[in-house]
Design a protein around this ligand. Structure first.
Ligand SMILES: *Cc1c(COP(=O)(O)O)cnc(C)c1O
Length: 307
């Protein structure tokens, strides 16, 4: 809304993501253009982005999926060359570091024109209820975003734009203000659990543990395995029987979701990497309170399946 995009403008989004990434695009009657992702990082790449750009493209929403940054420097280069907006979906990667080619470090969500995050309780910085935030370094976009989130008003009861109520309520803000101070500590706890999983599951030949990129830290919103032997669903059933919760993020490509089918062009070709990932990913328990006994129990249950 702050970018003043118009119905029919194309916005590029990865098809392997949570539905919220495309939802606002559809609600604004923009055209979501769904593209594939990299098979190793599960993220949008600059090459995939560039191949999807048309004269109607106005924006792209890179998603830092599971807690690791897209290659933002390359994405910004392509976006700037074509004059399109970059709105980072940082819902899963708040606190992650992106390392630029010159060695400098920037937080994910601050590399594009606007960054968005969610404070849903299960997120890396979770409130005690729903909430979210936008961030921007742009002096024009900042006040505009704030205005849009507050019924389009700058001065109370004077409305310059048609906005929404998307204010963060004071109770959640108070909780988040305290929790924000511990964000790095939360990431460290998740990284410690991930390192344990890597160490104990890395040798299972049917599994691919999360690929770490050199130019990003990983804050592990999810610890997501690729099951390479086609038995992902059997593994999920086995884990459930063993008392280990697991989850499939995400089982259905965006373009196959009932609500979005009508927005897909007739000549749309299924995206091979997205299709394969939806069939083969599984996420293990990941949060800040996993102790070694729990991690050992989980790894044992996984290994038992492949033994
Ligand atoms: C959680 C999430 C969102 C949106 O979160 P809400 O707080 O429900 O709006 C958007 N994108 C991704 C990738 C997410 O994981």
């Amino acid at each position: 809304m702050a970018l003043e995009l118009q119905p029919g403008d194309e916005v590029i989004v990865p098809a392997f993501t949570y539905v919220a990434t495309a939802e606002v695009i559809a609600l604004l009657r923009l055209t979501p253009v769904m593209v594939d992702v990299d098979p190793h990082t599960f993220n949008l790449t600059a090459d995939i982005l560039e191949a999807a750009i048309t004269p109607k493209t106005k924006a792209v929403v890179p998603v830092h999926l599971f807690g690791q940054s897209c290659d933002m420097e390359a994405i910004m280069q392509v976006a700037n060359k074509h004059g399109i907006w970059v709105v980072e979906d940082n819902a899963q990667a708040i606190g992650a570091d992106y390392i630029l080619a010159d060695g400098s470090v920037q937080k994910t969500g601050t590399l594009g024109h606007i960054g968005c995050t969610s404070f849903y309780p299960s997120k890396n910085l979770g409130a005690y209820g729903d909430g979210g935030a936008l961030y921007t370094n742009d002096d024009e976009l900042g006040p505009k975003c704030a205005m849009m989130a507050n019924h389009g008003q700058v001065k109370r009861y004077y409305h310059d734009a048609i906005g929404v109520n998307s204010r963060l309520d004071a109770m959640q803000a108070a909780i988040l203000e305290i929790k924000l101070r511990h964000l790095d500590q939360y990431a460290a706890a998740r990284q410690k659990a991930a390192a344990y999983y890597d160490e104990h599951l890395g040798s299972v030949s049917a599994l691919q543990v999360p690929v770490r990129q050199a130019n990003s830290s990983h804050v592990f919103h999810q610890y997501t395995l690729l099951v390479k032997n086609g038995k992902r669903d059997d593994l999920a059933v086995h884990l459930k029987a063993e008392g280990v919760p697991s989850m499939i993020y995400y089982p259905v490509p965006l373009y196959k979701q009932n609500a979005y089918k009508a927005l897909i062009p007739a000549d749309f070709q299924d995206l091979p990497v997205t299709e394969a990932l939806c069939e083969s990913v599984i996420s293990l328990p990941m949060h800040t309170e996993l102790d070694e006994a729990a991690l050992a129990f989980i790894c044992q249950a996984v290994k038992k399946f492949f033994a």
